[in-house]
Design a protein around this ligand. Structure first.
Ligand code: SF4
Ligand code: SF4
Length: 167
C-alpha cells in the first residue's frame, strides 16, 4: 500500500465551480450527471464550498461491512473498488461509511465511490486546469485520514469556525 494516493482537498481554495463533479461524471458515466459524481461539493454555509470524497479509511469500514465481498481495496492506489456483479444493493457499506461518501448509484443501485480513476483522478486535473488547486494528489501516508472521514456537515462546521471564529 506504499504507493497509495490521496486527494487532498483545500476548501479555502475551492470556488464552488463544481468542475470536479463534471469531470468525474464524464469519466464514469460518459455524461454530465452531478448526482452520480464520486466527489461532491457541499455548500452548507453560504460561500463555504467543501469538496468531499472518500477518505480511504485505513480500516475500510465499508469493505468490512459488505456481506457479499463486493468491495476491495486497490493495491496500487488504495481506492475502494466496487465489483458491481457482486453488489446486491443492500446498503451495508453506505451505513458503515463515517463520511457519508458511499452511495448507491441512482440508476443501477450498485455501490458507488471514488476509485481515484486508477491513479490519475480527473477531478484533480479539472481543478488544476481551472487554476484553483483546491484538489491535490499527495501520498496517502502523509494524510491524517480521520480529519476527512466525517460527514460533510462536520467539515463545513470546522471550516466555518476557522474562517469566522464562530462557535
Ligand atoms: S473543481 Fe476545484 S474549485 Fe471547482 S468545485 Fe471542484 S474542488 Fe472546488
Ligand atoms: S470514507 Fe466511506 S467509502 Fe471511503 S473507505 Fe471510509 S468507509 Fe469506505
Amino acid at each position: 500500500m506504499s504507493k497509495s494516493i490521496f486527494i487532498l482537498r483545500d476548501p479555502l481554495r475551492c470556488s464552488g465551480c463544481r468542475l470536479c463533479e463534471v469531470a468525474c461524471t464524464l469519466k464514469h458515466e460518459g455524461t454530465v450527471w452531478p448526482e452520480t459524481s464520486r466527489i461532491r461539493v457541499f455548500e452548507l454555509f453560504p460561500g463555504v464550498d467543501v469538496p468531499h470524497t472518500c477518505a480511504q479509511c485505513r480500516d475500510y469500514p465499508c469493505v468490512k461491512a459488505c456481506p457479499e465481498g463486493a468491495l476491495r481495496v486497490d493495491e496500487k492506489t488504495g481506492a475502494v473498488v466496487v465489483k458491481e456483479e457482486k453488489c446486491t444493493s443492500c446498503g451495508a457499506c453506505v451505513r458503515a461509511c463515517p463520511g457519508k461518501v458511499m452511495r448507491l448509484h441512482p440508476r443501477t443501485r450498485k455501490a458507488m465511490v471514488c476509485d481515484l480513476c486508477g491513479g490519475e483522478p480527473e477531478c484533480v486535473k479539472a481543478c488544476e486546469s481551472a487554476g484553483y488547486f483546491a484538489l491535490r494528489i499527495v501520498p496517502y501516508e502523509s494524510v491524517a485520514y480521520k480529519v476527512y472521514s466525517v460527514f460533510p456537515e462536520e467539515v463545513s462546521r470546522r471550516l466555518f469556525e476557522t474562517m469566522l471564529g464562530g462557535e
